[in-house]
Design a protein around this ligand. Structure first.
Ligand code: SF4
Length: 456
């Protein structure tokens, strides 16, 4: 296999896989809006003698309705699927690049890759794809540049008048998936190494979970997103300044899981699906956002309950004012007065957050909202515990243990392959939001039965 493979390096192998495994495109959409010549309504191959074409697309007799650019229905659906794959991969790649940048700024480019003693191969995916085994996190930059370049080529294939073959679109989706996995490994190895997260040891620590575990008599800082550096900065700054027992730092979603991996006093209070309920409860005095899984109405809802918002990434700016160039004092003053602001420097954001939540000025606001907050928190707890998924179950959760040990995978690989011992399939994901948090438009186009899509 080629090192740093380009799209064509694995194309033949992808086609071999496609002969064996048929792809499924589950999106029900049949109308293309990609370019200014559209919209075009596309249909699968029609019976011979079908004629028409006066409502958008052209009709080829016997071959279904195609777009004005000539793309057929299978190509259109495969193209949409490639776009989805590139969007998803871009989220992880962007996160990995921003996280690596933050960690290099904080710990230096020579910060060693350290995945502990339980694995002899610290970066298995990276080594397989690139042929190199990075020794420090500074070396991740070149690999991320490779991934970013490949993603641009994949995105360009989605462009009007470029790729048309369903098989090639799917091959490119597999390429996007490979890049996505590579970026995810880099992000996790960087944070495990730099922030000394668990490295495969047994009995990783237990942390408290559940909204009920928050002491609302203290200022509450809630972190939502994926970039674990802001939680790291806040926890360390609070400790350095003797504020650790005077504030509550908690999180939702991935920011929470990763925050708890480096700081065991960090509380996980819910997942992405409970985001709007937690925000509306007013439990948070301060909400820190980074990127991904952030609800579009988070600023509006947070401000209704007097929660302050600090956004920390360029990807999720939400129309807020950028205060990165201001001093922590100036930024804090602006945010206290206006309720929102962006600070891209995570250390400065942490300083501003602490400064605000322990300030005299903010304690007046806190007192004003305290009664209301307690009442809404009670309602919220009832609401969450009545949910079928019971978001609010408090208890203990074992934090992510880090890399799989050699003894758990490579040492037993022959036995797993030969079927002597069972393998494990893990299926993970976030629960769906409860009814009433948003309305999903089912649209007029019905989902396409899987079988009709399975013959690319
Ligand atoms: S890309 Fe093709 S199918 Fe899509 S809107 Fe443009 S012309 Fe129509």
């Amino acid at each position: 296999m080629s090192q740093y493979p380009d799209i064509f390096d694995l194309r033949n192998w992808d086609f071999t896989l496609l002969k064996r495994y048929k792809p499924v495109f589950s999106k029900p959409n049949k109308t293309c809006h990609l370019c200014a010549m559209g919209p075009c309504k596309l249909t699968p191959p029609a019976p011979p003698l079908l004629k028409g074409g006066d409502d958008g697309g052209l009709v080829r007799v016997g071959s279904g309705r195609v777009g004005k650019c000539g793309i057929d229905e299978k190509g259109f659906k495969a193209r949409e699927a490639l776009l989805d794959a590139v969007i998803g991969a871009s989220g992880h790649v962007s996160h990995a690049a921003r996280l690596a940048e933050d960690l290099i700024n904080k710990f230096g480019k020579d910060c060693p890759v350290n995945m502990g003693s339980h694995t002899s191969m610290p970066t298995p995916i990276t080594t397989l794809i690139t042929g190199c085994t990075p020794k420090n996190i500074g070396e991740f930059k070149d690999i991320l540049v490779y991934i970013e370049g490949q993603l641009i080529h994949l995105l360009s294939s989605v462009n009007f008048g470029t790729e048309a073959s369903p098989e090639d679109f799917v091959s490119k989706m597999l390429h996007a998936g490979m890049l996505d996995n590579l970026a995810m490994e880099l992000a996790d190895v960087a944070q495990i190494s730099a922030m000394n997260m668990p490295k495969g040891e047994s009995n990783s620590p237990l942390v408290t979970i559940g909204i009920e575990t928050i002491d609302t008599s203290k200022p509450v800082i809630l972190i939502i997103g994926h970039n674990s550096t802001v939680a790291h900065e806040i926890m360390h700054l609070a400790e350095d300044r003797g504020l650790k027992d005077k504030i509550e730092v908690c999180g939702l979603c991935c920011a929470a899981s990763d925050g708890a991996r480096h700081s065991h006093g960090f509380k996980i209070i819910g997942n992405q699906a409970s985001q709007i309920d937690v925000i509306k409860s007013g439990i948070a005095d301060m909400v820190i956002l980074d990127t991904q899984c952030i609800r579009a109405d988070v600023v509006e809802e947070a401000r209704k309950v007097d929660s302050i918002i600090i956004a920390t990434t360029q990807e999720t700016a939400l129309g807020l004012k950028d205060l990165t160039g201001k001093s922590p004092d100036e930024a804090s003053e602006y945010i206290t007065r206006n309720g929102t602001g962006i600070i891209l420097d995570k250390k400065k954001a942490a300083e501003a957050a602490l400064k605000i939540v322990i300030s005299e000025q903010w304690s007046v606001v806190r007192k004003r909202k305290e009664v209301e907050k307690m009442r809404s928190l009670e309602d919220e707890q009832k609401l969450l515990t009545s949910h079928p998924l019971n978001f609010s179950t408090s208890g203990l959760l074992r934090i992510g243990r880090g890399p799989i040990r050699d003894s758990e995978i490579r040492g037993v690989a022959p036995s797993i392959i030969m079927g002597d011992i069972p393998g494990i399939v893990g299926i993970f994901g976030c629960p769906e939001e409860r009814q009433g948090s948003g309305v999903r438009d089912q649209g007029s186009e019905k989902p396409i039965p899987i079988n009709s899509d399975s013959d690319v």
